[in-house]
Structures are given as C-alpha cells and as structure tokens.
Design a protein around this ligand. Structure first.
Ligand code: NAP
Length: 310
C-alpha cells in the first residue's frame, strides 16, 4: 500500500483508508476480522464521525479496541464532529468551542482511546467563529486529546478563513469525489466556456489544496449522486461499466479497484475513503494501490461517465 504525507505534516498515511460509517450492523467478530485484514493490507487509517449510527459506529469500534487493545497503536484514528441532530431528526451545524470540546470527550469515551490522531470538522457551519474554533483546537492539542486537525466539505475560502485563525495546520479536507462525482475537476476542464458543468462550486478547491499542501480525502468513491447507489454494474451507466470492464481486463484488476485507481491517478494525491463492510471486497480494493492508469485511459473513463471534452 502506497502512503501519502498527510497535509505535508510528516504523518504517513495509506492512500486508501477505511470509512466506518456503515459498521453499526456488523457482527463483532466480523468487524474485528475486517479491521485486522485492513491492517494486514496496510490500511491503518480509520475514519469515523460522531453522527455515524448516532454514535453507534464509534461505540462498536471502541468495544473492539477494548477487546483487542493492541490494535489501537497500529492505527491512525480520525473522527469528525460539527453536525448535530435532535430526537425529532432536525439537523444543524455547530463549530462552537463548547460543542467541539464536548464532542471530543464523547468520541474518546466511545472509541476507548486517550487520543484522536485527527479531528475533522464535518460540514461548514455558516455561524463559524474562526477564533472560537482556534481556542478549541489549541486546548485539545495542549491536552494531548487531539494530535492533528482537518475539515470536510469546505470550499477553498472557508478553509483559508479557518486556517487564518487556527495555529495548527489543517491537514485534510474530506470531499465527495469519484468517477461520477467529479465536480472538482469538471469546471477546471471547462474554464472560459459555457459548457455544461463549467460552474465552479468549490472555489478551485483541488488546486487550492495542492498549492497549500492539504490532502483531499475522497469520500463515497463508488456512489453516484448523494447516496443514490453504487454505479458499478448499475444498468443506469452502461457506457461507463463497459469501459471499466475492458480496462479492468487490461490492467488485471477488478472494476471496483479500477474506480479507486482512477481517483488515485490524480496528481493531487488524494486519499480514498472506502466504506465497504465486506472483507473480500476490501482486499480487492487494495489492489488499486499498484495501478497507474495512462492519461488516455483516465480520460477515457471520464468521458465514458458522460463528460465531454472540447
Ligand atoms: N465527510 C463526509 O461528509 C462523508 C460523507 C459520507 C461518507 N464519508 C466517509 O466516507 C466513507 C465511505 O463512504 P461510503 O460508504 O458511502 O463509500 P463507498 O465505498 O462508495 O460505498 C460503500 C458501499 O457500497 C457498497 N457496494 C456495493 N457494491 C460495491 C462495489 N462493487 N464496490 C464497492 N462498494 C460496493 C458497499 O457494500 P459492502 O459493504 O457490502 O461492500 C457499501 O455499502 C464513509 O465510511 C465515511 O467514513 C464522509
């Protein structure tokens, strides 16, 4: 498994990470096997959030760490906070100092650990006070509860605004990115045109992150739309699947691995966060790390997904 220097910080992380959003319903033994297999494959980075399963995903993972305490030190453990929900299902965002500090204490308790390797702010809070976030981060760093910090779903100016206030380098920005959710590259390919998908929705985020050494973590690499389903072997995308079938044969990997290799081929050196709960699939996905797609094939997949080049 190739590694990435996360946010140019010296923290070396695997280019494929395991997301834990879907683990709540896994059997305990299956989860432990899944995690041990991930570690064996070099996937020692695990992504959580307090809202996954309303805390159940962190709790289940923590119970596993309690049963197998030797695993914790082999991992880079990341969780996210900042999304709130009440019992009626209403949702809002909260980057207040009080909420961030409370979230970390709760996450540490659920995960049965004394430290988070990374804390990520989950979705931009329109009411964010950067100085308040900075105070929370400094307190968390000084106490040793959090070693590094990052954000998720932020455009480049939001990231710059927050970075201007916090003392710690923001190492990561977690964004949805895949063959069928490629907005971060679409607009740059259509600059100066009125072509469809020419609008920039994230403030040139990919180039911003490359310029400032922030690692983009690509979430939901196999989904289309916002959790509408998996595009692989989906009859809605015949041209794309046909292209992936032929290139999978050429590169000697599965279509699943190829979909990850397409993201890894981008020179921004993104980290891909996969959410599979199937251990055989995870092992298969890891074969993507050795695949170097040619430019012709990378663009071929992009076009088979319905994108036009001028
Ligand atoms: N920052 C954010 O806002 C945000 C939002 C969403 C997610 N995330 C993070 O990203 C991680 C990944 O998200 P995700 O789970 O939506 O991503 P994903 O890896 O694109 O999707 C995984 C899901 O697709 C299923 N699947 C079916 N066929 C598949 C195939 N051929 N190849 C791969 N998967 C297949 C998997 O089933 P099996 O389990 O049976 O394999 C699993 O249910 C999450 O765990 C979370 O850590 C972050």
């Amino acid at each position: 498994m190739k590694t990435i220097d996360l946010g140019k910080s010296g923290v070396m992380a695997p280019e494929i990470a395991l997301g834990c959003m879907r683990i709540a319903s896994m059997e305990d033994s299956a989860l432990e096997k899944h995690v041990r297999t991930a570690l064996d494959c070099g996937v020692n980075f695990f992504d959580h959030a307090d809202v996954y399963g309303a805390g159940a995903c962190e709790e289940k993972f923590g119970q596993m760490l309690e049963r197998a305490p030797g695993l914790r030190d082999q991992m880079i453990l990341q969780t996210k906070c900042g999304i709130r929900r009440n019992s009626e299902g209403a949702c809002w965002y909260d980057f207040s100092k009080e909420h961030i500090l409370q979230c970390v204490d709760r996450a540490l308790a659920r995960l049965r650990t004394d430290r988070l390797d990374l804390l990520v702010l989950h979705r931009p809070d329109a009411l964010m006070e950067p100085e308040e976030v900075a105070e929370a981060f400094s307190q968390l760093e000084a106490s040793g509860k959090v070693l590094h910090f990052g954000v998720s779903n932020m455009d480049s100016l939001q990231l710059a605004l927050l970075q201007s206030a916090v003392g710690q380098k923001l190492l990561v920005n977690q964004m949805q990115f895949s063959i069928l959710c490629s907005g971060m590259v679409d607009h740059a390919l259509r600059a100066n045109t009125g072509a469809p998908n020419a609008e920039d929705r994230d403030g040139e985020l990919l180039d911003y992150c490359r310029l400032h050494g922030v690692t983009v973590q690509a979430w939901s690499p196999f989904q289309y739309g916002f959790f509408q389903g998996v595009f692989l072997d989906n009859e809605k995308f015949p041209q794309l699947n046909e292209k992936l079938d032929s290139l999978a044969e050429k590169y000697g990997v599965s279509k699943t691995a190829l979909a990850v290799a397409w993201i890894l081929r981008h020179p921004a050196r993104m980290q891909v966060i996969v959410g599979t709960t199937n251990t055989a699939r995870l092992q298969d996905i890891c074969t993507a790390s050795g695949v170097a797609l040619s430019r012709e094939d990378w663009y071929g997949i992009y076009q088979a997904a319905g994108n036009q080049l001028l």
